[in-house]
Design a protein around this ligand. Structure first.
Ligand SMILES: *[C@@H]1O[C@H](CO)[C@@H](O)[C@H](O)[C@H]1NC(C)=O
Ligand SMILES: *[C@@H]1O[C@H](CO)[C@@H](O)[C@H](O)[C@H]1NC(C)=O
Ligand SMILES: [Zn+2]
Length: 448
């Protein structure tokens, strides 16, 4: 009896600890601000710079992909504000007569809806399966990758790239039917979840992997894609950050590496690549949203990615790195407003791919230079892919925003109800189908 009570006590304590480490967003609001004058824009820019230096991370945050405002006026922008900072925030905003309204009165309500897992999903997960009607922990994704590799060994190869900072395995999946003559096929690289909180990214990518594998031999289009192209997929790159969003802070974007001269943890891995590192749109303020890390490739996960791409650099003709959520197909260069010589080809692929995507549910995408559309951000995956690995089509794909085209990317746009995973997977699949077709046409069936 005593033993049972002790067990129960231990269980309760365990639960209490788990509850305590998970950040509650209870009462956190998301405001929509409308900036109409240059003075208001300047003010908000100063305020954002200020937030980076003060220890207000997680309390008051501008939630955009680039963590910066554009120059456009008028401009709407979202800010997340904790209950503790609400009064002071309103005082500052009202002082500048900035128009504002509360768009989300309580972020925690949204998060509860997002994390709902139905009994039927629960059952599939407990039996070692995977679903696309809920978001999953890394262990579930790992088992899914293992199942794909063992059940479909004729077209799937799984390899381990190395370990994350906290010691989790990073996997690379290759989906492709080997040619009978043994010759090398052109390949498309896809990676996801470099920003930890953008959950729809790995959900979409694993959905597409599953479709490629399970419909091979059944669906003519899918069969052709797998026959003609090798698809390399790294479904979760910032795996430590991703797990942290499940266990502690849902809206964390960064890695989990300890910083040498700061108590703040993590860097923005999408500022950590070594092409024009720190040139623009990145900071050396440790632990902030666009902290580029102490030096290029300080984050081991990035290094594993580069090694895997470089080993296959002659084969990989397109690199797609998946983010959310501003519905954009972003092209190099991202370090400055400079266009590569073959920009027209890149644009053409982007327009064709996103037209196919839009045809499914009407989800609209902007296509163009990353710097032009979002502002400069040096040290990102796509610039590295083009400059250092020589991948012609190197693209950042920003997946759907739950509030539609042109809505600001904010805390809440990273929170898509799980019902949107399959639609996102289906529409994005059309885009990669077109990418595969273009790569096949341009580079031919074999490379050697
Ligand atoms: C994989 O194969 C095992 C053993 O044959 C089977 O039980 C399981 O349902 C398969 N899973 C999938 C997703 O195909
Ligand atoms: C095969 O897959 C493609 C790509 O998603 C889709 O457009 C098509 O409708 C599918 N065909 C069948 C017969 O299901
Ligand atoms: Zn991102």
């Amino acid at each position: 009896m005593l033993k049972i009570q002790l067990c129960l006590l231990a269980l309760l304590l365990g639960l209490a600890i788990a509850e305590e480490t998970r950040k509650s967003y209870k009462g956190y609001k998301v405001y929509l601000l409308t900036l109409e004058t240059q003075a208001q824009l300047d003010f908000l820019n100063r305020m954002n710079d200020d937030l980076l230096t003060k220890d207000l991370a997680g309390e008051v945050e501008l939630w955009t992909e680039r963590n910066q405002l554009t120059k456009a006026l008028p401009q709407t922008v979202n800010m997340m504000v904790s209950p503790r900072e609400d009064k002071e925030f309103l005082r500052l905003i009202n002082g500048q007569t900035i128009q504002h309204k509360v768009e989300i009165p309580d972020l925690s309500v949204l998060l509860e809806e997002e994390s709902y897992i139905s009994p039927s999903d629960q059952r599939v997960i407990s039996e070692g399966g995977m679903t696309w009607t809920a978001y999953h922990r890394y262990s579930t994704i790992e088992r899914f990758l293992e199942t794909l590799a063992t059940n479909y060994s004729a077209i799937v190869e799984k390899s381990t790239l190395g370990k994350s900072y906290e010691g989790r395995n990073l996997y690379l999946m290759k989906i492709g039917k080997p040619r009978a003559d043994g010759k090398t096929k052109p390949a498309v690289w896809m990676d996801a979840q470099i920003h930890a909180r953008e959950w729809i990214a790995c959900a979409t990518v694993t959905y597409m992997m599953n479709k490629l594998v399970t419909e091979y031999g059944l669906n003519e289009t899918v069969t052709r894609m797998v026959d003609q192209i090798d698809w390399y997929v790294l479904p979760v790159i910032n795996v430590d950050g991703y797990e942290f969003t499940h266990t502690n802070e849902r809206l964390n974007r960064l890695t989990r590496q300890i910083n040498p001269f700061s108590s703040r943890i993590g860097a923005d891995p999408n500022r950590n690549y070594d092409h024009k590192w720190m040139l623009q749109g990145a900071t050396q303020q440790a632990g902030t949203e666009i902290y580029a890390g102490p030096f290029p490739f300080s984050e081991p996960e990035n290094l594993h990615l580069t090694e895997a791409v470089l080993q296959r650099r002659n084969q990989i003709k397109t690199l797609l790195t998946f983010h959310s959520a501003v519905q954009m197909w972003l092209l190099p260069w991202g370090y400055d407003l400079i266009y590569p010589d073959d920009y027209q080809d890149l644009m053409q692929m982007g327009v064709r791919a996103t037209d196919a995507l839009t045809a499914v549910y009407g989800t609209r995408y902007a296509v163009g230079s990353s710097t032009e559309l979002l502002g400069a951000a040096a040290g990102a995956t796509d610039d590295w892919g083009k400059a250092k690995a020589g991948v012609k089509y190197s693209v950042t794909v920003e997946l759907r925003n739950p509030r539609g085209f042109g809505a600001p990317s904010t805390a809440s746009s990273f929170i898509l109800p799980p019902e949107q995973i399959i639609p996102s997977g289906l529409e994005t699949f059309e885009a990669i189908r077109v990418v595969g077709e273009i790569v096949y046409q341009e580079f031919g069936p074999t490379l050697n």
